[in-house]
Design a protein around this ligand. Structure first.
Ligand code: NAP
Length: 281
């Protein structure tokens, strides 16, 4: 890991920040991909201080904006000619329906589509310097995608919007692993556990009360990061690709979530929305 370039999205808080400290402590060159400049700089200082590694860089972009991610990814390619490890970790949930400048529901756009663009734009600098690893942070809170309700056309439910985006993270992992099978770049997805982070801040009403009650039983971001780290650094995962991990073990997505038809639908939709195809990367 010494001197190797690692990019973590959403490294300014929660699981992403805890992973960033661990990766930086291994003397990697770390790129923090974050949307809030002030928060990111504060986190950068903390990561540098805890890891004793100054080689920590911030790139500011919003994953829910196609233009913003594209510009940032192009900028990263210019500044950092090789990439060893990409951790697509950033995620959020929005209690009110937000439609982005691209006409997309924001949870799907930020949690999934932005990572689709980022990954494809950086793939060639990973493959060129293989081996490499991509880790997508998904969630056990995933559910079969209703493609007719991805933008909340029928009804917006913020739990469902989040669950579709996390299913998309898993389907994307499986689909991309197939494409990468003749390379030495692996791609896996992981459920980080139920973690005490700011992702729950926006939740209101009865769900807020339930979370407050369960809060002491949630794990810390540090414990979550310790569980995920082997996927990032351990030799025993070097040749493992196209898997979904829960508590350090391979797991199957919930019944009905993964099937050929949904993988294809998601791929075709992503290609249509972004103009990016694996074959052209
Ligand atoms: N916490 C859990 O129990 C849990 C369970 C299952 C899965 N997960 C997944 O774990 C991952 C990490 O979440 P967390 O729990 O650590 O939450 P968190 O503390 O809220 O961290 C999420 C990070 O993602 C960033 N982010 C969100 N949307 C973004 C966007 N559009 N563009 C750029 N950055 C964006 C956030 O930036 P800001 O700070 O600017 O908001 C923040 O840095 C997420 O993918 C989440 O879905 C979490």
């Amino acid at each position: 890991m010494i001197g190797r370039t690692v990019l973590i999205t959403g490294a300014s808080s929660g699981v992403g920040k805890a992973l960033a400290v661990r990766v930086a402590a291994k003397k990697a060159k770390l790129i923090m991909f974050c949307r809030d400049e002030i928060k990111a700089e504060k986190a950068r200082k903390e990561i540098v201080s805890k890891s004793r590694n100054e080689d920590v860089h911030v790139v500011i972009a919003d994953l829910s904006s196609i233009k913003s991610v594209r510009e940032a990814a192009d900028n990263i390619r210019k500044r950092f000619p090789e990439l060893y490890l990409l951790v697509n970790n950033a995620g959020a949930s929005y209690t009110k329906k937000i439609i982005t400048e691209d006409g997309l529901e924001k949870t799907f756009a930020g949690n999934y589509l932005g990572h689709y663009i980022l990954t494809h734009t950086l793939l060639d600098i990973m493959i060129k310097h293989e081996p490499g690893r991509i880790v997508n942070v998904a969630s056990q809170a995933h559910m079969k995608i209703d493609f007719g309700n991805l933008n909340g056309e029928k009804k917006y439910n913020y739990f469902n919007a989040y669950k579709y985006s996390k299913a998309a993270n898993i389907l994307f992992t499986f689909d991309l692993a197939e494409k990468l099978r003749n390379t030495q770049v692996t791609v896996n997805s992981v459920h980080p556990g139920v973690v005490r982070t700011s992702i729950y801040d926006g939740i209101r009403g009865l769900s807020k009360l339930a979370i407050k009650t369960m809060w002491p039983f949630f794990i810390s971001p540090e414990k979550s990061a310790d569980m995920i780290m082997p996927l990032l650094v351990s030799d025993s995962f070097r040749n493992i690709s196209g898997k979904y991990f829960v508590k350090g073990k391979t797991a199957s997505p919930k019944p009905g979530v993964d099937n050929k038809s949904d993988r294809e639908k998601l791929r075709q939709l992503s290609e249509k929305l972004t103009g990016i195809k694996y074959e052209n990367t």
